[in-house]
Every structure is written in structure tokens, then in C-alpha cells.
Ligand binder design. Sequence first.
Ligand SMILES: Nc1ncnc2c1ncn2[C@@H]1O[C@H](COP(=O)(O)OP(=O)(O)O)[C@@H](O)[C@H]1O
Ligand SMILES: [Mg+2]
Length: 322
Amino acid sequence: MVAERKLNEQNLSTILPKHGVVPCQNVYVYVNVYVYTYVYVNGSALGGHNRCAIIRLRVRKRNVGSQFMNIFCITNNKGGVAKTTSAVNLSYALADQGFKVLVIDTDPQCNTTYSLLGNLENAKTLYDVLIDHEPIEQATIPTKHKNLFIVPCSINLSAADLMLASAHGRERRLERALEPVKHFYDFVVIDTPPQLGVLTINALVACTDVLIPFSLTTYSLIGVGILEQTMQELRDNLDLKLPILGVFACLDDHTVINRNVLHSITVRFQDKVFQTVIPRNIALEEAHNQTSSIFEYQPDSKGAQAYMALTNEILERVHHGR
Ligand SMILES: Nc1ncnc2c1ncn2[C@@H]1O[C@H](COP(=O)(O)OP(=O)(O)O)[C@@H](O)[C@H]1O
Ligand SMILES: [Mg+2]
């Protein structure tokens, strides 16, 4: 009610073009532009006539001091399935809803690092954390978005498998590093390299939930089968739960093959498959080139709409059980 009264007092047109958070005592109203055609607060329509404004207002209590944070590991052994694109845009969308988000780039190709920070020089990175046992706070860098932080990667981590080959507890280094900062973030999003080495295993061990993007191609279908098998081996060998929060389709070109692959994936993963399908959208590629998220680069694009819808589906699943 606090939020409804507050919103009614405001001239809606003044908040429509804005992104951000409107604090109302201990309730926060998150304003996401470009996604929904109706305004709902606590389930009741407030501004259905504002269709052109395309906004969604979300009301929730801020998760301050939460004992639990979700650590998403975005993984797939196959390269080019949109792991990095999803990590960047999902993190940004979560941060934009007022959540405090830490992105961890575990891929020595450093694509997530580049997309969120551009070229990086003389900064501490995940290398210092995993190899030299530096506290993770030392390698955490704020991005230009206020709720979004990143632990960047660096090319020298590509030798991690060799460097950690005989190190004791090497699979648990990231998990241990995250322990002291656990209560500071609402979400941690880990991007992974396209192979199952020590870096991906660290990400899987540290996570609370696995998110699997896949492209709608025949090879991707084979790859997802291999990934499932690998995850089962990890569960057995390292005594991990590794719960799959969901799988989602990316790079949809609306072809017959795409449709058939999606059908096969749905038969295999059933209700784990998110409804949202991310279309192929050149703006997503261009956004990387501009070192921005799709929401900053082209917020009204199909790619932005799809990633916001996916984020909301993920949040529903997190909040209402898996
Ligand atoms: N939905 C999309 N539409 C167009 N290009 C995309 C889309 N998703 C990813 N890409 C592009 O495809 C390439 C591979 O995506 P990326 O996220 O780097 O995959 P991965 O991290 O799995 O290797 C990148 O050049 C990226 O910009
Ligand atoms: Mg990548």
C-alpha cells in the first residue's frame, strides 16, 4: 500500500522515461523501461492506459542482510552459445532491478571483462585471487552501473590448469574466496570458458544454480548431452548437488531446424526450459563492441526485451522454488 500511495502521488509521466529505483520507506519500486505494456503494483493495474510507455514496476522488499545469495554459473562446454552475452545482460538486468550483483569472469578470453569494463590495465584480477590467494575484494571493480561489480579475468589464467595441477583443494578456491563477501551481494553471476578445466570446475563448485544457454543447432544438441554427462560425473566425484535452475535457447533464427532442436531440448529438459527464447539480434553483438549491455546500447531492441523477459523468468524461479 505504501508503494501504491507513493506512485499515485507521483505524476507517472515524470517517472516513465526513467530507469532506476524509487525508494518508499523499506519498499523499493523498480522501474524497468521497455519491457511490459502494463503497470502492475501488488497485482493491481495502475496505469494500463500508458501502453506506449512500456514499463514494468516491481515491488519487493530489498534483500538486505540476506543470509543467502544465488550464485549462478552460466555454463556450456560449447563455445559461441551466448554464455558471455547472457552473463553480461543478465547481470546488468538484475543490477538494474536494484539487486547488488557481482560478475565473475572465469574465461581467460576475458570477453565479459571487456564488455563491462573495456580494456583493463594494471588491475588485480581473478588470477590474483585463485593463484595468489588475494582476497576477492581486492580484485572487485565497480562497473559504470551502480549495483554491478566485476572480478575481471586476465589472459594469464589460461595456464590455470597447469599451475594448479598439483595444488591441494584446487576445485574449491573460488568457493572459498567468495565466502567472506557472501552477504554483500544478492546475486553472483559466473561466466565460464568453453571447456571443462579447473576454472569451470571452480565455477561449478562455487555456484548454487546452473544456467545453461544453448544455441538452436544440431551440434549444440549433442553438446548439451555431453554437458549433462559431465555434470553427473562431477556430482558423483565431488559430491556436489549442481542443481540446474534452467536452460534457455539463444540465437534463434526462426528456422525449421531451430524449432526442431528446441523441441528436442524441451523433451529432454522439460520444465527446466525457460519460455523465453533469445532471438539472433545484431544489436547484442554491437553492444559488446560498444562495451555496454544491450539495455544501455539499444534498450528497445528485441534482444533487450528477450533478456529482460529471461531475467524476470529467472527471478520468478528463484523466488518461487525451482
Ligand atoms: N542473440 C544473439 N544475436 C546475435 N549475436 C549474438 C547473440 N548472442 C550472442 N551473439 C554473438 O555470438 C558470439 C558468441 O557469443 P558469446 O556470448 O561470446 O558466446 P560464448 O560465451 O558461449 O562463447 C558473440 O560474437 C556474440 O556477440
Ligand atoms: Mg564466452
